[in-house]
Design a protein around this ligand. Sequence first.
Ligand SMILES: C[S@@+](CC[C@H](N)C(=O)[O-])C[C@H]1O[C@@H](n2cnc3c(N)ncnc32)[C@H](O)[C@@H]1O
Length: 216
Amino acid sequence: MQASANIDYMTDNPNLENAYALRSPDEMKTLYENWADHYDISFGQDQGYQTPREVAVAFAAAGGGGPVLDVGAGTGLVAAHLHAQGITDIDALDLSDEMLRVAGEKGLYRDLIAADVTQPLPHAKRYAGIVSAGTFTLGHVGPEGVVALMDAAAQNALFVISVNALHYESAGFADMITRLGTQITALSFKDVRIYDDRADEAHRNDIARLLIFRKT
Ligand SMILES: C[S@@+](CC[C@H](N)C(=O)[O-])C[C@H]1O[C@@H](n2cnc3c(N)ncnc32)[C@H](O)[C@@H]1O
């Protein structure tokens, strides 16, 4: 009993179910602190997590280029795929110092920014591209994060943001798009599978909706 007294089974046991059930920034930080060192293997590889590749490929296909802000960059999976597309001028933004540490060790980013995307961003930079995979999902960030990012984008900046399809319906992303109105242009959507067939059965066919648009 003594040994388990301080264990929080949700945040100390990082997995998809617990990640989807997060309720606060503190829980978020604790879960990802415990996940950072094995995230690429236990989640990225073992679950066949493919949203980072889908986001990078969609960004390149739509004519995207740097400098790019990778929002909720985590361990840098999106940046690895952007590099494969020839796009290398990338900053990482994430709430978790530990996820950023792992990302930094890969040498894929120009700058590592520890920040909450729902708050005013610490740097007054203007990016030509904004990408995000796996961050606008259940238990994570809602549509207010996309609105906050408009200030970090240069005129004509290309956004490719993945939103978990369940979260899209329940969290009000459609209303957010309507509210942005003429602030955005060239809007399109692409639905992609988040995981391949290696994923647990419960999530094997989960869908992410890629929001693809430019800032007017
Ligand atoms: C599922 S991971 C995705 C990481 C990476 N983009 C990928 O696809 O592998 C979600 C990331 O979002 C970050 N995150 C969650 N809420 C955030 C917030 N409000 N501001 C910035 N980052 C946040 C977490 O720390 C975590 O690294």
